[in-house]
Design a protein around this ligand. Structure first.
Ligand SMILES: [Zn+2]
Length: 189
């Protein structure tokens, strides 16, 4: 019944998402562009990281930041970008990578505007969990993604090298975009 879903990452996109989790002490989140053709999803380009405020105990998709970004894309005349940004990713820092109740709520909200989303959770232990969610024409519960491919042949060694090459760059991005909140001052949930 289900076609086999194929997830193909551009190596730098994959590496940048892993790096975001590695270099950030809190639950950073962002988007990435996806080109879908049939049941094949190619994830490409640099991940989109909004300005955000996070603390260790929270996982939120910053909707205000997302709306501001959408607005900017429309003003810039590149609102095609909005349609493309269909992978939502975030870090659970050191915690397991399954979706939390809050993540499920976020996904329900995100499904109101689009017919599908890819959702990925990563952590500092190099773990990753990804699902494909379909909302229209009918709601399909998550398809768990077991395997990732890359747009080019790349060895573990190459990935590691790319990771080291791009680390400093991601450190700067995280420093600029992520405002770390004091968890004590932000425990109102
Ligand atoms: Zn989460």
């Amino acid at each position: 019944m289900l076609q086999e879903v194929k997830i193909i990452f551009e190596p730098k996109t994959f590496v940048d998402i892993i790096l975001a989790a590695l270099v950030c002490d809190v639950e950073i989140s962002g988007l990435a562009k996806v080109e879908k053709s049939g049941s094949q999803y190619v994830i490409y380009d640099e991940p989109i990281i909004f300005k955000q405020a996070c603390c260790i105990s929270r996982t939120t998709f910053d909707e205000t930041a997302y709306m501001l970004w959408q607005e900017k894309m429309v003003i810039d005349g590149t609102h095609e970008e909005i349609q493309k940004a269909r992978l939502w990713w975030h870090s659970h820092v050191w915690a397991p990578v399954g979706f939390s109740d809050r993540d499920e709520n976020t996904l329900d909200l995100m499904g109101q505007d689009f017919d599908w989303w890819l959702a990925l959770v990563v952590n500092k232990r190099y773990q990753a969990y990804m699902e494909l969610r379909e909302y229209k024409p009918r709601i399909l519960s998550g398809v768990i993604i077991q395997e990732y491919e890359f747009t080019q042949n790349i060895s573990r060694g190459d990935l590691k090298k790319l990771l080291e090459e791009r680390r400093g760059r991601m450190e700067l991005i995280v420093k600029e975009k992520v405002n770390v909140l004091d968890p004590v001052a932000d425990d109102d949930d």
